[in-house]
Design a binder for this molecule. Sequence first.
Ligand code: 13P
Length: 259
Amino acid sequence: MSRCKVIAGNWKMNLNAAQGVELIEKLKGEVGGCSCGCCDHGPEVVVCPPFTTLPAVVAAAKGSCLKVGAQNIHWAENGAFTGEISGSMLTAAGVTHVIVGHSERRQYFGETDATVNQRLLAGLANGLTVIVCVGELLSERVAGTTKAVIERQVRAALAGVDAAAMAGVIIAYEPVWAIGTGKVATTEEAQEVHAFIRALLKQLFACPCVAETTRILYGGSMNPGNAVGLLAQKDIDGGLIGGASLKADQFAALIRAAR
Ligand code: 13P
């Protein structure tokens, strides 16, 4: 079964509205003005700007194949949760995707497996496609516990998700030691974990279609130079890109690499 590749840019805390629009205008030339969504004309392309940049980017991306995602979501519909954003606020802003469980949220902002699960469920309940991130620390890789860590994170993140709802889930494997460091995982290291995640999906869901159709992205220092090798791996269905997603020429080259 073929899986439409995904190239997703996580802008993190970069680019204000004007800078975001400027980047989108350049990217639109690359992805064309179609409204096909996915996938005859190439990968599904998603950009995930900061919250305040979202409306301007949604407006700028209109009429193109570019999809727009947020970088986080709260599980409540509204209420006293200072600094958080709800799913209905995101959908009202025209957002279709959301990232949850990024390692920077886990490391610096107290995100746990349990809150990642709550955020993922909220994303699905609001009709968003959820890009859920998992990945081991360098110390965990050195200690030989990579697969145990990934299994724990995937099981916890997907608790309460049934096979049908998995159509709205994309998994991103991002080894923490490869994020922003320039140290990309080798194609073999990445493929091994991706295959492990796919095998785990086979265990978790009775229907084999879930493992066959769920997109599993690689993230961590992906750039135009290393993308072709990574994307050629049988279980790597795209990339979640940080630094290289901020530059139109590099992100465009990544889109081309996924074609
Ligand atoms: P870099 O591509 O900058 O390493 O970031 C990866 C990432 O964290 C994407 O979510």
